[in-house]
Design a protein around this ligand. Structure first.
Ligand code: NAD
Length: 417
């Protein structure tokens, strides 16, 4: 069946409105939270390798800075829209709040297809984008990070551009940097590690273990690959993985490292020896216990949600499940660990990176994971307890926790002037 037309911003508002009604949120606070604080649209003229100039469009949205500086990644994708970036910025506000780190939410995006661009073109576009959003970012204002199709190298160019404009080195303007210029140990695996901790906690609540649990992972980038690897290392059996070119399945299990090696060589997991080809849609519905959507938004809608067999869904991606699909999962009693909790490990270690940069004092990997486990464990327990108390699903519970913290902070600070 064709996918229902989808606007992530409308979905983000629908999620907020539903929880505002349930928690009887003050209507004035609700009205404030329904709007991003700031949204900047920029043009990015970029010299291409053939000598022509291409003008890309970019966005930086700051949804809230009530609990601290805005925080959120930068996405490069041909389908990026202002509404998508607004939604992602709002989700960042809730994510930082649910894990209780002192940040608000922001997000950025550039409408481009980096797969069709050279490294030089991507660098020039990135540096111009960084210059254009320079007016609203900064270590105490808004701290970007990687997202889909951006990586530590992209962050290094943004850090360098910002620092060049300031005249001195400002590593903590950005997180997800390479280690050599002030990155944090553990940041590259943090999203998946945090997601893994939440799956482990959910499995424990179901009084079972990860041993031989069948896992399917959609999206085989930073979040998806490491999630598959950690689950495999903990004794689960990864039966299906996919990327933008399609998916692969083997009921006997797929070695995540071998699949990544194949992807590195051929650009896709498809074609790995000993596996059969499946579509991304089939992956979501395959015979598995744990499903990890780790690609893009809107992949699970009411229609295919009915055919999802997994008992646990851990949203490594942002916004993979629509509110209609959520209703199906509630009825089926499927445990859906919501994005704002399941993938909060990334922003949590970004927070550690920022703290380390501000102090000029760097932690060991052991310290990073120790603190990450503590924060993720507490956030999961708080969410679980709220769900029990409010008799609701985990997404609603996570939203109640997150929105109430932001609402309280807004009330305490008051409305300026
Ligand atoms: P990435 O660019 O490293 O990987 C994305 C993967 O998704 C790639 O394997 C790509 O081939 C695949 N993909 C793209 N379109 C697809 C499609 N239509 N169907 C199936 N697969 C497709 O990105 P990432 O950083 O791993 O981010 C993935 C998701 O996780 C995004 O929703 C992102 O917002 C979220 N996330 C990432 C982080 C992080 O720290 N990287 C943190 C929080 C949330």
């Amino acid at each position: 069946m064709a996918k229902v037309k989808f606007n992530p911003w409308e979905m983000a508002l629908e999620q907020l409105d539903a929880v505002a009604g349930k928690m009887k949120l003050d209507p004035d606070i609700h009205a404030i939270l329904r709007k991003p604080r700031r949204a900047l649209i920029v043009s990015i003229p970029t010299k291409m390798d053939d000598g022509s100039v291409k003008v890309f469009e970019g966005y930086r949205v700051q949804h809230s800075s009530t609990r601290g500086p805005c925080k959120g990644g930068i996405r490069y994708h041909q389908d990026v829209t202002l509404d998508e970036v607004k939604a992602l910025a709002m989700w960042m506000t809730w994510k930082c709040s649910v894990v209780n780190i002192p940040y608000g939410g922001g997000k950025g995006g550039v409408v481009c297809n980096p797969k069709e661009m050279s490294q030089g073109e991507i660098e020039r576009m990135t540096r111009r984008f960084a210059s254009e959003i320079n007016v609203i970012i900064g270590p105490e204002k808004d701290i970007p990070a990687p997202d889909v199709n951006t990586n530590p190298q992209t962050m290094a160019w943004i850090m360098d551009t910002y620092s060049m404009n300031k005249g001195y080195c400002v590593p903590h303007v950005i997180t997800g940097k390479p280690l050599e210029i002030g990155g944090s140990l553990g940041r590259n695996v943090a999203t998946a590690q945090g997601c893994f901790y939440t799956i482990q906690a959910a499995v424990k609540k179901m009084r079972t273990t990860l041993k031989n649990k069948k896992v399917a992972v959609q999206g085989y980038g930073n979040a998806g690959f490491f999630a598959a690897k950690f689950l495999h290392d903990a004794g689960a059996k990864v039966v299906a993985v996919s990327d933008s070119k399609g998916g692969i399945y083997n009921a006997k299990g797929i070695n995540p490292e071998t699949a990544m090696e194949h992807k590195r060589k051929t650009t896709t997991v498809v074609g790995l020896k000993g596996t059969s080809k499946i579509t991304n849609e089939e992956l979501l519905e395959c015979n598995c216990d744990i499903l990890v959507p780790a690609a893009l938004e809107n992949v699970i809608q009411a229609d295919n949600a009915r055919r999802v067999k997994a008992k646990i869904i851990a949203e490594a991606a942002n916004g993979p499940t629509t509110p209609e699909a959520d209703a199906v999962f509630r009825a089926k009693k499927t445990i859906c660990i919501p994005d704002i909790l399941a993938n909060a490990g990334g922003v949590t270690v970004s927070y550690f990176e920022w703290v380390q940069g501000l102090q000029g004092f760097f932690w060991t990997e052991k310290e990073v994971f120790h603190h990450l486990k503590g924060i993720m464990g507490r956030a999961f327990e708080d969410t679980w307890d709220t769900a029990k108390r409010e008799k609701c699903d985990l997404r609603t519970a996570a939203y109640i926790l997150a929105v109430s913290r932001v609402a309280e902070a807004t009330k305490l600070r008051g409305i300026y002037p």
